[in-house]
Design a protein around this ligand. Structure first.
Ligand SMILES: Nc1ncnc2c1ncn2[C@@H]1O[C@H](COP(=O)(O)OP(=O)(O)OC[C@H]2O[C@@H]([n+]3cccc(C(=O)O)c3)[C@H](O)[C@@H]2O)[C@@H](O)[C@H]1O
Ligand SMILES: Nc1ncnc2c1ncn2[C@@H]1O[C@H](COP(=O)(O)OP(=O)(O)OP(=O)(O)O)[C@@H](O)[C@H]1O
Ligand SMILES: NC(=O)CC[C@H](N)C(=O)O
Length: 708
């Protein structure tokens, strides 16, 4: 016996509130699924309006508009004879739900609202939706736009239901439901359901794909059955990159996996599976006993007069089923090269800007930003070669020519400006030279200039007003004077960058403006080692969520994989802001200035955010972890100093350039890491640690059961 069916899942580059575009991408996915002979097509979570609407979810319009699109899809001639699983928000009895509409031949089979909402990190689903209680099922009156369709359907069921077609069964499990300890797929498998449909809105985080695939593999290895996963892809209007990677698994084995980073708007994955193979996974008596529990059998089933396995009759019995494949994972370095590059392409094409500009200093951070833009250009050129018409059209607008014959470097030259802005006394020829060489290697349109005149002008105005001459520290000035003079330079750079960004396209014979890229990394943000309204004030920042240590790994990877030997020189250079005059005996160095190495900051940043530790908790962890090379009192000084600078500079995070979220240690204040920005001096915590230290220094006997 065989019950062979073709199943399809999709990854769609939806854009929040782009109803027409989102509908067209869904229609294209349905078309491709039908061409492959699929009986079911799964689409991403909330894919009709897009996943990342944030407070737009509170608007009544979104619900009505979404139903309008459902009606268009149901009525569409190419959307018949296939089960379509769509994502949209639903209102029911005065509550709002994140839901699936499962439809066939112009009719809604049922609505399945999400049971477990995602509300941590960047997710705020509880702000907009109510979780649907497990087991509840109601009648739902469909909106007039659906009632007016030829099927004249008035009502459907809404709730936790499963579907029984004539030859197979399926049920939904939406995104976060997979990630919870009590996932519904266990119940559904015990209830005999054969196919689980998981539609997700899951954004990219370094190394997160491993977790996703592990969760699904473990789920199906234990329960048996087919698991389909669909995810949004791209930048849908916020600082997240959704990384697609749709999947089809059968009983612990991956059968199909979509790409994680690509510029394709629609990707459909199909697999031919035999539902009869699932039987072998479900013959144990222990499972049978659990399956006979009353709560398992209470699951309401929607009867569907449709054959899922129509392929069985039409196919030559010798046709091979989809075979197991090894899941594909990118190295974290590669994820940094590709994820931000894809996000930046969506941002560029959707903002209709003319390109990007970055102030290129010859240091690692702006170098990493520039390398990511180059990576974007490489992806664009590869996609043009593959004949992707949407990319070709966008590249044509941006380059002002037929882009078919452009190399990545030539395309980069058209859309990317890099600018070194030196100062006679502060800038070294090494940084200037590195910036120039990198620009040459990636092909960017490079400007090498000095900003002494701008800074002098500001200096003249300020000293004129105050009738007072501030001095750098190396010339005998105070700390405040030293900082103010550094800031004259750094802020002048941002002012100049905006001016250039607005005018470069016109000056080069084109039109429009460039988007300004910022390049502050996570560690500098934590320590506040950046100038407010300089690098805090660009348009977007592709590396805003990445620590210096991960950036260095990425640069090393790019040196080899993008064949850019110049990157080695950036890795070898001592990081310096070059904001103070270089003298015979003094060259400014980031790590000395900050009082921390970047590696230390990386550790402290992770403890603060990912491990959720306060001042005392950090000390207690580090006094063990760093015991090999640091005395407890020195550890205390580090933690104390870190928290001091963190606290006095947290206000800078309120103005930071929107950075792409990439890691769980991100300090982004606007969406992810919500904290105050006016702090007391942590004297209470200091006292606690000092008491601890005292006991440690007095010897072990000093410790009682209450060691704090
Ligand atoms: N509690 C508070 N709440 C809200 N705002 C507060 C505040 N305290 C100060 N402020 C504001 O913040 C200002 C001080 O911050 P800010 O202007 O950034 O200046 P500040 O932090 O004093 O100096 C910038 C630091 O960044 C370093 N740096 C390193 C590497 C590169 C770059 C670069 O830019 O290329 C800079 C530079 O060496 C220096 O140590 C004050 O003048 C005040 O306006
Ligand atoms: N001479 C310069 N010319 C152009 N841009 C500069 C210059 N100096 C600094 N910048 C800009 O200001 C940003 C912040 O400077 P910062 O010194 O923190 O970073 P960086 O030089 O890129 O890297 P590193 O931290 O390794 O020195 C830089 O990323 C760069 O965009
Ligand atoms: N949209 C969601 O429910 C997301 C769930 C899950 N934590 C993820 O990141 O994939």
């Amino acid at each position: 016996m065989t019950r062979k069916c073709v199943l399809a899942t999709s990854q769609l580059n939806q854009w929040s509130l782009d109803y027409d575009g989102n509908r067209d991408r869904i229609l294209e996915a349905v078309r491709q699924a039908k061409d492959a002979g699929a009986s079911i097509i799964l689409t991403p979570e909330l894919c009709i309006p897009g996943y990342g609407l944030l407070d737009h979810w509170l608007e009544n319009d979104v619900y009505a508009n979404s139903w309008d699109i459902v009606a268009e899809i149901l009525a569409h001639e190419e959307c018949q004879d296939i089960i379509i699983d769509l994502g949209l928000p639903i209102q029911h009895r005065g509550c709002s739900y994140n839901a699936r509409v499962i439809a066939l031949n112009g009719q809604v089979l049922a609505i399945r609202p999400k049971l477990d909402l995602c509300n941590d990190g960047n997710f705020r689903e509880m702000r907009y939706f109510s979780p649907w209680p497990r087991g509840r099922v109601d009648d739902y009156t469909l909106p007039p736009v659906i009632q007016r369709l030829p099927s004249k359907q008035r009502r459907c069921r809404i709730g936790e239901v499963a579907f029984e077609a004539l030859d197979g069964s399926f049920a939904s499990e939406t995104c976060e439901e997979l990630w919870t300890p009590n996932s519904p797929h266990s119940l559904y498998s015990l209830a005999g359901i054969e196919i689980i449909l998981n539609s997700s809105g899951s954004h990219h985080e370094l190394r997160k794909l491993d977790t996703r695939i592990n969760l699904i593999t473990e789920a199906t290895a234990k329960t048996g059955g087919v698991y389909m996963y669909s995810n949004q892809r791209g930048c849908d209007g916020d600082r997240l990159y959704y990384d697609g990677c749709a999947l089809i698994l059968n009983s612990g084995k991956v059968l199909a996996q979509g790409s994680q980073f690509s510029l394709r708007d629609v990707e459909v994955l199909t697999a031919l599976v035999d539902l009869d193979e699932i039987w072998a996974w479900r013959t144990s008596r222990s499972r049978g006993m659990q399956a006979n529990q009353p709560d398992v059998q209470r699951l309401e089933r929607i009867q569907v007069d449709y054959m899922l396995c129509k392929a069985s009759d039409m196919l030559d019995p010798r046709t091979r089923l989809a075979e197991a494949i090894e899941p594909r994972y990118h190295l974290p370095e590669e994820e940094i090269a590709l994820g931000p590059a894809c996000w930046m392409w969506d941002y560029l094409r959707r903002s209709k800007a003319a390109g990007y500009i970055v102030p290129l200093s010859g240091g690692i951070d702006s170098c990493a930003t520039a390398t990511i833009v180059y990576s974007m250009c490489r992806l664009v050129v590869a996609e043009i070669k593959a004949g992707n018409q949407i990319v070709i059209n966008d590249a044509k607008r941006l380059s002002g020519q037929d882009p078919q014959d452009l190399s990545a470097e030539q395309f980069c030259h058209k859309i990317f400006t890099t600018c070194f802005m030196g100062m006679k006394q502060q800038s070294s020829k090494e940084t200037r030279g590195r910036a120039k060489e990198l620009a040459e290697a990636i092909g960017s349109y490079h400007i090498d200039t000095n900003i002494d005149k701008m800074v002098e002008a500001l200096h003249t105005v300020v000293t004129g007003i105050l009738d007072y001459q501030p001095k750098f520290k190396v010339h005998g000035g105070s700390n405040s004077e030293n900082l103010a003079l550094q800031n004259f330079q750094s802020r002048s750079r941002m002012v100049l960058t905006y001016a250039l960004g607005q005018l470069i396209p016109s000056a080069r014979g084109g039109s429009g403006g460039l988007l300004i890229l910022g390049s502050a990394n996570v560690d500098e943000c934590l320590r506040g080692y950046l100038t407010k309204y300089d690098c805090s004030s660009a348009d977007i920042n592709p590396i805003g969520g990445i620590s210096k240590t991960d950036l260095k790994r990425f640069i090393k990877w790019a040196e080899d994989n993008f064949h850019l030997p110049i990157l080695g020189e950036f890795l070898d250079a001592v990081p310096t802001a070059e904001l103070e005059p270089i003298t015979e005996t003094y060259v400014q160095s980031d790590e000395e200035d900050m009082g921390f190495t970047y590696d230390e900051l990386s550790v402290l940043g992770r403890l603060r955010k990912t491990f959720k530790l306060g001042t005392v908790g950090m000390f207690e962890r580090l006094v063990v972890d760093w015991s090999g090379h640091m005395e407890p009192r020195k550890v205390y000084e580090k933690v104390r100093s870190f928290m001091y600078y963190y606290a006095i500079n947290r206000h800078k995070m309120t103005t930071m350039t929107p950075g792409l979220y990439l890691e769980s240690y991100t300090p982004d204040d606007n969406r992810y890491d919500l904290r105050p920005f006016l702090y007391p001096a942590f004297t209470f915590e200091h006292r606690k640690i000092e008491n601890l230290l005292k006991k440690m220094e007095e010897g072990e006997a000093g410790f009682g059961s209450d060691s704090r």
